[in-house]
Design a protein around this ligand. Structure first.
Ligand code: ZN
Length: 440
């Protein structure tokens, strides 16, 4: 590896604001302790530094920034020069990403997310899958710090422009609608180390402090380019219940199984919709003879390509994400049920349970494309239109309690502007052409 003498250092600070709940998560050990001690806490919390400010690790930023450079057409050679390379033939990166932190330490508050996994076959919450994740709320800002060593004018421009047009997805669960971020301010400055004053500054300041002192020139920010989306507008017809695994705490009245909320909003979780959508899509692909992937990790079918998979030998991140959607004009009710004893067929003693349900409202299922346009995305547009029809006709229900008659929705009128669903006949034609092309 060549060691080049440092002649100039260009520094950047970029302020990044979360526009959906997010953060890089650290698993917690309290839930395990909890069983023995009675202390319970979240399963995962945002990474913090000493002093309780939240942290955005440099590796998280660097991975996402590398993808952004690629999508802006920066070639492999330039990419390795800037961002480095590991493996057999390592190359140090000249752009050092020092990471970021929240400027106001620890007083940004948190959002607590409770969820359970839904059983694919029964449509009900699976036992022992209750999960409590603490996330940073939308609006949280990170100041991030960057150092570029000996940049050419071209490289300097590439990094400045890329920072100014960056629209990153950062942290965990981004394919479930977390981690949307927006760059709201970029500043830069350069030190010429042959100049005595600059050299002194360089020697007496380090890392984030150096960046803050030197980066004083503002870099232009561009509006983020919207991602391609598919939107299914839906109206609630029969009670809808996406549970969190949480109940009300009353000891005198029956506890109520609560639905998902985000702040004041009732929310249809993208994570759950994703499971339902994928199951239905897998079923269609299977019946059309296009896939046989019951474990959802064959790695070669269309569904694995779109929704990602994990396997012992690798895996692939999803190329689409499904956002949480707030229910508009929502009205809720509580419904009481009696659990039936499976053997006697009668009511079980003291087995009254109560669900909070949403009985009115409209919402949009929003699917965003993360990768460049592809045949798979075009096929997804057709498949989603077919699933939307199944929802409309009641063959597919959303949320828990399908056996209690919950979860019926219908297609709502599409708004005048914005993305439109593929017409039904076009979706059918697209799929029949695709099936034909796959048959020998
Ligand atoms: Zn598969």
């Amino acid at each position: 590896m060549n060691v080049t003498r440092l002649r100039t250092v260009q520094v950047f600070t970029a302020t990044i604001r979360l526009t959906s709940p997010g953060g890089v998560m650290a698993p917690q050990s309290t839930p395990i302790l909890g069983e023995a001690t009675g202390i319970s806490g979240p399963d995962a919390v945002p990474v913090v530094e000493l002093g309780n400010g939240s942290v955005m690790p440099g590796t998280t930023l660097a991975g996402s920034f590398r993808q952004h450079l690629q999508s802006r057409g920066v070639g492999d050679t330039d990419l390795v020069r800037l961002m480095g390379r590991g493996g057999q033939d390592p190359n140090a990166s000249r752009l050092c990403v020092l990471g970021g932190r929240t400027p106001d330490r620890g007083d940004q508050g948190f959002l607590d997310e409770h969820s359970t996994a839904v059983d694919r076959y029964r449509g009900a919450a699976r036992e022992s899958t209750k999960r409590h994740v603490r996330r940073l709320p939308p609006g949280t800002e990170f100041i991030t710090f960057w150092l570029l060593e000996n940049p050419t004018p071209g490289e300097s421009a590439v990094v400045s422009e890329a920072l100014g047009t960056w629209h990153p997805l950062l942290g965990s669960s981004v394919t479930n609608g977390r981690g949307d971020s927006q760059v709201v301010e970029v500043r830069t400055g350069t030190l010429d180390l042959s100049d005595e004053r600059d050299l002194l500054l360089y020697l007496t300041h380090h890392g984030p402090e150096l960046c803050t002192v030197v980066a004083t020139d503002e870099v232009a920010i561009a509006d983020p380019e919207p991602r391609a989306t598919i939107v299914i507008p839906l109206r609630i017809v029969e009670p809808l219940h996406f549970g969190t695994g949480e109940t009300t705490q009353s000891t005198t009245r029956p506890r109520v199984n609560l639905v998902v909320r985000m702040g004041q909003d009732l929310v249809i979780p993208g994570r759950s919709v994703r499971g339902i959508l994928r199951s239905r899509l897998d079923y269609m692909l299977h019946t059309l003879g296009l896939a046989d992937c019951p474990e959802q990790r064959c790695g070669v079918c269309l569904s694995c390509e779109l929704f990602g998979f994990t396997s012992p030998t690798g895996g692939r991140r999803a190329s689409v994400r499904i956002l949480d959607s707030a229910v508009r004009d929502a009205r809720t009710e509580t419904l009481e049920h009696v659990a039936i004893d499976r053997f006697t067929g009668g009511a079980k003693d003291s087995a009254l349970f109560t669900d909070e349900v949403i009985i009115e409202g409209t919402f949009d299922v929003v699917i965003e494309r993360l990768d460049p346009p592809s045949d798979a995305w075009r096929l997804l547009e057709a498949l989603v239109r077919l699933v939307a029809q199944d929802l409309h006709e009641g063959f597919v229900r959303l949320g828990g309690g399908a056996s209690r008659g919950y979860g019926r929705v219908e297609l709502a009128p599409e708004p005048a502007a914005g993305p439109r669903l593929m017409p039904l006949d076009q979706a059918q034609h697209t799929m029949s052409t695709f099936v034909g092309s796959r048959r020998p």
